[in-house]
Design a protein around this ligand. Structure first.
Ligand code: ADP
Ligand code: MG
Length: 738
């Protein structure tokens, strides 16, 4: 028992849950969450206590009504932020932003100014000015720009987003003040994921308030989108992880025979949480609470060692910042518990992958959820109108939505038998379907009050309650008072799909407003009737996108094709479609992205796909040639020698099971060697051309299937080779030794 893998197995099985320094009450019990929730956030409550009243009001007016922030306000906020941060042990500050890599980026600066002249003497003082808060200029050259920078300038800058509060991040030996920021090129083009999200919220607000006015809701001043994301993740022991170059480099296992036990007993889901994992979750949640992130639920997921956390929903911009931050905290805290938190969409073949269900809705500045059927007929009609908006958004912009969740990692999950299909459809539930169908058939000439009652609109509240998520196979499901976009991948920055969804809703609202205006112009007397007529049209036009059946079934693929719904099975296919102007024009029309910014995102998307799949192929080659082949050769030599001894003793060993074992080893080894050579050829070919999309297509259609084929040969070898010598932690160890 001396191979690193076997030592790791012993180490891991001996691990104990780790305690942490949680705040405690005098009697020794854990202090309640309310005593430290938000302690590391400079939220509005803290700002109100610390800022002069007129400065606080000016800041509030910027947040609520978008008024321009003055220099004086920024200076005062900066000095308050510095005092607060320094008194909490922060030595540095950083603009915290989300470049198109999908991760977050930061560049720390010290508060300490080493060059302050006081009465002719050099002193050191903590300083932080409004302009430092406002903007910073990180070296932009190494972030992806999708080609935008070469057209313009190398410089980019980050700009403070006052709508997301500053917070403190704790590292081993200090704390840093993080300032949520947008990242913009010198000429004002967005280089990040936050800017388009903010613009999409703006577009939604503008179009939704206009639409609401037409519906008669004249005093709504702003509408925002809300988001609550259910984050799935895997934990793997860090020692096992360290022994798997594929996990280390590409975040997923590129080979590995399946374990006899996997998820067949369905006993992990909602089962009791393993003690070591629970200890991790408790510490992670403590960190998240201090950061003001309202995590609410924790549980086991379907696959072994797969878990989920979900927060209470918030405004989409804040919720997204919180999700990005939560992923980061999860990774950091996991290491303290000797786990690696794997956020990849498909770390293991043959068991469920991880998603990030994005629960999304729209809400007015008065806090009314527009996807919540209300008490009065008017509220219910409004609910149906916003339901129509959502169906239209998904119907008209399915391609862009599909693209927004694409990527080399999520390709491995979407359409597999545990995840939503690549076809975008919407589920609304049986009762609501019934109401929509009746509405579509209804006669517009009847008086509006009667009409609504007859259509069942008055009964809507009960519909919503009944409609608690009976269909788990839909990529976009109505779950009572929100839609759940389930195709989003676990490792993604969900700002991208949320931007596209919010922009799609804005575009739908714009078109529906125009149409409603026309109807009202021709007959201003019967508003509800005009609305009902519009809804009838929209529900009819978008009927193809509604699907209540099993989204995982083969029949659905056939049916979807018959309905003309796009089935874009991988990233290159999604990219090729979304690049057609008619499929992304709405992003430009709503002002969410300029054409240049759209094109840049497509470039980044292709580039990242190429890099990721190439990295996987190179990693696989490395593991095969340096780990699998050598042990297989030794095994073949040993087995061959044993066979010869046996044959000599018996006179003849022809056809014996031993011969079969030798043949299996030899042919497996050959298949792997041969596969290595073929992968090298395809990789070389893919580097040749200049057309990135063509290269992506080749990687998807040729390289990935080839990698799968070679992996299968290697996995057969794994089962034939002396367990003592196999170098890579096996699936059964990574998933079950804890
Ligand atoms: P489940 O999907 O398990 O039935 P819940 O109803 O608890 O879950 O909701 C899942 C997520 O949806 C949570 O993060 C919750 O806060 C969020 N959510 C609830 N209402 C809204 C809303 N109006 N807008 C956005 N997210 C919401
Ligand atoms: Mg859910």
């Amino acid at each position: 028992m001396t191979s690193p893998r076997n030592l790791a197995r012993l180490d891991v099985s001996a691990r104990q849950p780790r305690t942490f320094d949680a705040p405690r009450l005098p009697d020794g019990h854990r202090a309640p969450v309310s005593t430290y929730f938000g302690r590391h956030v400079l939220d509005l409550i803290k700002l109100r206590e610390r800022l002069p009243r007129e400065v606080y009001n000016a800041l509030l007016s910027t947040l609520r009504h978008g008024t321009i922030l003055t220099r004086e306000v920024a200076d005062t906020v900066a000095s308050v932020a510095r005092d607060w941060a320094v008194s909490h042990g922060a030595t540095h500050f950083t603009h915290w932003f989300q470049p198109m890599t999908g991760l977050t980026a930061e560049k720390h600066d010290s508060f300490a100014d080493l060059n302050v002249q006081i009465a002719g003497e050099l002193r050191v003082l903590e300083k932080f000015s409004g302009s430092q808060l406002w903007q910073s200029e990180p070296d932009a050259s190494s972030f992806p720009s999708g080609g935008m920078r070469s057209t313009f300038e190398a410089r980019g800058y980050t700009a403070w987003d006052p709508s997301s509060p500053m917070f403190l991040v704790e590292s081993t030996n200090g704390r840093t003040l993080c300032i949520p920021s947008a990242y913009i090129s010198y000429h004002g083009h967005s280089l990040d994921h936050k800017t388009p999200l903010l613009r999409s919220i703006e577009a939604l607000s503008r179009n939704a308030t206009a639409f609401l006015k037409l519906l008669g809701d004249v005093d709504v001043k702003a509408v925002s989108a809300t988001l609550g994301c259910e984050q799935e993740y895997f934990l793997v022991d860090r020692t096992h992880h360290a022994l798997r170059p594929d996990l280390v480099l590409s975040e997923r296992t590129l080979l590995g025979a399946s374990s006899a036990r996997h998820q067949q007993f369905e006993d992990h889901y909602f089962g009791s949480i393993p003690a070591r994992v629970l200890a991790f979750m408790e510490e992670m949640e403590y960190e998240l609470y201090r950061l003001g992130i309202p995590v609410r639920t924790r549980h086991n997921e379907v696959a072994p060692m797969q878990f989920e956390m979900a927060p209470i929903f918030e405004d989409v911009n804040l919720a997204n910042d919180h999700n990005v931050l939560a992923m980061d905290v999860a990774r950091r805290v996991a290491l303290r518990h000797d786990f690696v938190c794997v956020l990849h969409e498909k770390p293991y073949a043959g068991i469920n992958g991880s998603g990030k269900h994005c629960n999304w809705s729209m809400s007015t500045d008065r806090g009314e959820n527009l996807l919540d059927p209300g008490k009065t007929p008017h509220q219910n009609l409004r609910f149906l109108a916003f339901m129509a908006v959502c169906l239209k958004a998904v119907h008209d912009h399915a391609v862009a939505l599909r693209w927004s969740v694409s990527g080399a990692n999520n390709d491995l999950r979407l359409g597999a038998n545990e995840a939503p299909p690549a076809i975008l459809s919407a589920f609304v539930g049986e009762q609501l379907t019934g109401i929509l169908e009746r509405l579509m058939k209804g006669e517009a000439s009847k008086d509006p009050e009667h009409f609504l009652i007859e259509m069942g609109v008055a009964k809507l509240p009960s519909v919503a309650k009944d409609n608690t998520d009976r269909n788990r196979t839909s990529p976009f499901a109505f779950t009572g008072n929100k839609f759940e976009f389930r195709a989003v991948g676990s490792s993604m920055n969900c700002a991208v799909p949320m931007t596209v969804l919010t922009a799609a809703a804005a575009a739908a609202l714009h078109e529906m407003s125009e149409r409603l205006k026309k109807k009202l112009d021709s007959d201003p007397r019967h508003r509800d009737q005009a609305v009902a007529e519009l809804l009838r049209e929209v529900f009819t036009e978008t009927a193809t996108v509604r699907f209540e059946g099993n989204g995982y079934s083969e029949e659905w693929k056939v049916e979807a094709a018959r309905r003309g719904l796009p089935n874009l099975s991988d990233t290159p296919a999604a990219l090729a479609e979304v690049m057609k102007p008619e499929n992304h024009r709405f992003l430009v029309d709503t002002g969410v992205l300029s054409q240049l910014e759209v094109d840049a995102r497509f470039n980044v998307s292709a580039e990242r796909y190429l890099k990721q799949v190439t990295l996987e192929a190179e990693t696989l080659l490395d593991v095969l040639t340096s780990a699998v082949v050598p042990v297989a050769e030794r095994q073949l030599a040993a087995t061959g020698a044993a066979w010869r001894v046996l044959s000599e003793a018996a006179g003849s060993a022809k056809g014996s099971s031993y011969g079969k074992r030798v043949t299996a080893l030899a042919s497996g080894l050959e298949a792997v060697q041969d596969g290595v050579a073929r992968i090298q050829v395809v990789l070389a070919e893919s580097h040749g051309g200049h057309d990135e999309l063509a290269a992506c297509r080749m990687l998807s259609s040729k390289l990935r299937p080839l990698m799968q084929e070679v992996r299968e040969a290697a996995d057969r070898l794994e089962t034939l080779i002396d367990d003592e010598t196999w170098p890579l932690p096996k699936y059964r160890e990574m998933l079950f030794v804890k």
